[in-house]
Ligand binder design. Sequence first.
Ligand SMILES: [Zn+2]
Length: 73
Amino acid sequence: MLIGKHIAPLLVVPKSGEQNDQFAIYKSTCCGAEIVLVKGALFPLCHKHKLPAGWKIVTLIEPSDQRQKDKAA
Ligand SMILES: [Zn+2]
């Protein structure tokens, strides 16, 4: 019998090589090194270990320069 993977979405961490879909600060699961990653960028290797790591979100960064630009006068 197969063991079903029962992972809640919030516990799934992106890994090195995957594409980031939100501008945020991330922390590597191996040693806690923090990075800032823009949306669309690929998760890097851990800076300290030079190895693939999981990246846990620390803080979501809200883009503040996207203020209602299409408000035509
Ligand atoms: Zn590390």
